[in-house]
Design a protein around this ligand. Structure first.
Ligand code: ACO
Length: 362
C-alpha cells in the first residue's frame, strides 16, 4: 500500500509539474524563473485559468476583472467583517469565503481568487482596532493587498516583492491542498466548496502552516544563542525543523531561491540586513544538523523558510502568513478544480480493512 499516496499518480493535469530530482517547477509550459518577477499575479492567474472558462477575458483584461472582484467581495462581506474579525485571521478568512456563492462561473472563480487578498488585510486591521480599507479596483492585486493592509500606497519594491511571492506559490502539482480541492471538485460540488477543502488542508504545519513557526524558530534560536544546539535538541525530541524537507524535492526547492533573491532585494532597498544574515546562518546550521540526524534522506530548504522572511519584511504578522500563501495558491486551486470538473472522474479510492471481522467481535 502507498503510505501517504507516495508516488501515486492521481490526476492528469496541464497546469504544473514538480521535478523533485531536478529541482524544477513548470507552470503551463513556463519555468518558475520565466514567471516569478516577470509576470504579474493577474497574468499568471490568466495563464492558469485559460481553457476553463468560455468567458475568460483577454490576458490584459483579467487585472480589471480581478480588481472588480476584490471590490465585490468587500461590499458583499462588509456587513459581517466585525463577526469574522472576532475569529483568528485564518478562520475569519475561511468563514468569509464560505459565504460566497457556491457555483462554477468565472465570476464565482474571480471572487474566490480575490477574497484572501481582501479579507486578510481587512481582518488584520479590524483586529487591531482600525477601520478596513476598501479595495482599489484599478490597482495591481499585490499592491492593493498591501495598500489595504497599511492604509497607504506601498513602495513599488514591496509591491513587486509580494507580487513575485504570490506568483511563486500559485501552483505546485498535486500537493495536499490541491488534491483536497480536486477531490471535492470531482463530486461536481461548486468552487467555493472545493476551495474550502484546499484552505483546510493548507492550514496544517506540514503544509502551508509552516512559515509562522519558522519565525518562532528564528526567535527562539536568537534567544538561545546557538543554532546548532537548539536545532539538535528539537530533533532529539522528535520535532521537525520548519521550512525544511519536502515530499517531492530531493534537492533544494527552486521556490526557496526565488524568494531568497526577493528578500535580498528588499534588504538592499533598506530592509533588515541583520535578520537575513541571521536566517542564512540558521539555514546552514539546520542543513548541517539534518544531514547528520537523517543521513538516509536528503532534507533541504523548502519554500516556507524564505516565505517567512519575505512576509515578515512585507509587514504581515506571522499569524497571517498562511492567509497570504492562500492568496497566491487560490488561483491554482480554482484551475485544478475546473480541470477536475471538466475532464476528471469522481475520485474514490479504496481502503484496506484491517479491523476485526464481525464473527470475531464478542
Ligand atoms: N525536520 C526533521 N526531520 C524531518 C523533516 C524536518 N523538517 N522533514 C522530514 N524529516 C524526517 C522525518 O522525521 C522522517 O524521519 P524518520 O524516517 O527518521 O522517521 C523522514 O524525514 C521522513 O519523513 P516523512 O514525514 O515521511 O517525509 P515527507 O516526505 O512526507 O515529509 C514534510 C515532507 C511533511 C514536508 C516534512 O519534510 C516536514 O514535516 N517538514 C517540516 C514542515 C514544513 O516545512 N512544511 C512545509 C512543506 S512545503 C509546503 O507544503 C508548501
Amino acid at each position: 500500500m502507498a503510505n501517504g499516496l507516495d508516488e501515486v499518480v492521481a490526476a492528469e493535469t496541464v497546469l504544473s509539474d514538480v521535478d523533485g530530482l531536478g529541482g524544477r517547477l513548470t507552470i503551463r509550459g513556463h519555468s518558475l524563473a520565466d514567471l516569478a518577477g516577470r509576470r504579474s499575479y493577474a497574468q499568471v492567474a490568466h495563464l492558469l485559468l485559460e481553457g476553463f472558462f468560455d468567458d475568460l477575458p483577454e490576458d490584459a483584461g483579467l487585472k480589471e476583472s480581478l480588481g472588480q472582484a476584490r471590490a465585490e467581495v468587500f461590499e458583499r462581506l462588509r456587513p459581517v467583517l466585525g463577526a469574522l474579525a472576532a475569529l483568528d485571521v485564518y478562520s475569519g478568512m475561511r468563514a468569509g469565503m464560505a459565504l460566497l456563492p457556491d457555483r462554477k462561473t468565472l465570476a464565482d472563480a474571480l471572487r474566490l481568487i480575490a477574497a484572501p487578498a481582501v479579507l486578510t488585510p481587512a481582518l488584520l486591521r479590524m483586529g487591531r482596532g482600525e477601520q478596513p480599507v476598501s479595495p482599489d479596483a484599478q490597482a495591481d492585486h499585490a499592491a492593493d493587498m498591501l495598500r489595504m493592509l497599511k492604509g497607504d500606497t506601498a513602495s513599488p519594491a514591496l509591491a513587486k516583492a509580494l507580487d513575485t511571492y504570490l506568483v511563486t506559490v500559485c501552483d505546485h502539482g498535486l500537493n495536499a491542498s490541491t488534491f483536497a480541492t480536486r477531490v471535492v471538485a470531482s463530486t461536481q460540488a461548486g468552487l467555493t466548496s472545493a476551495i474550502l477543502a484546499g484552505l483546510g488542508a493548507l492550514k496544517g504545519p506540514l503544509h502551508g502552516g509552516a512559515p509562522g513557526p519558522v519565525i518562532e524558530m528564528l526567535d527562539a534560536i536568537a534567544e538561545s544563542g546557538d543554532a546548532a544546539t537548539w536545532l539538535r535538541a528539537e530533533i532529539d525530541c522528535g520535532e521537525r525543523i520548519m521550512g525544511f524537507g519536502h515530499r517531492i524535492y530531493r534537492v533544494r526547492d527552486p521556490r526557496a531561491d526565488v524568494l531568497k533573491a526577493v528578500v535580498r532585494k528588499l534588504v538592499a532597498a533598506g530592509g533588515a540586513v541583520g535578520r537575513l544574515a541571521f536566517a542564512e546562518t540558521v539555514e546552514q546550521a539546520a542543513l548541517d544538523v539534518l544531514r547528520v540526524a537523517k543521513p538516509s534522506r536528503s532534507i533541504q530548504t523548502n519554500v516556507e523558510f524564505y516565505t517567512a522572511l519575505l512576509l515578515e519584511a512585507a509587514g504581515f504578522p506571522k499569524e497571517a502568513f498562511t492567509n497570504v500563501f492562500a492568496a497566491g495558491r487560490v488561483c491554482g486551486w480554482v484551475a485544478h478544480a475546473r480541470e477536475q470538473q471538466l475532464t476528471g472522474r469522481l475520485i474514490r479510492p479504496q481502503s484496506r480493512y484491517v479491523g476485526p471481522l464481525p464473527e470475531l467481535v464478542a
